[in-house]
Write a new protein. Sequence first.
Length: 110
Amino acid sequence: MLKTYLFLVGAIICEVCGTMLLPVTQNFTKLIPTIFLSIFYLSAFYLLTFVVDKIPIAIVYGTWSGLGIFTIAILGYIFFKQSLSWQAIIGMFLIVIGVTLVNIYYSKTI
């Protein structure tokens, strides 16, 4: 099961890297960032194929998207100087708490 979650973490990292490259591609007019974006997204989906065999897709997608949103929000603040309201920050932490609860209680039902 640890290997499955490592694949999921790898998929999240690849998805976050690809998403962070979206503004850099300048509407896909910059070739090199666009190529890397494509590689990251394809890698993310490839890694997810190993995960959905072991964990229900609802749990996988909730974890992937929830942690991806949280990470992108933090990196957007750091690299692109984007800001979030305090309500959005609380919402992000609630997403992480929700993802944690879903995964804790899912693993106890196996």
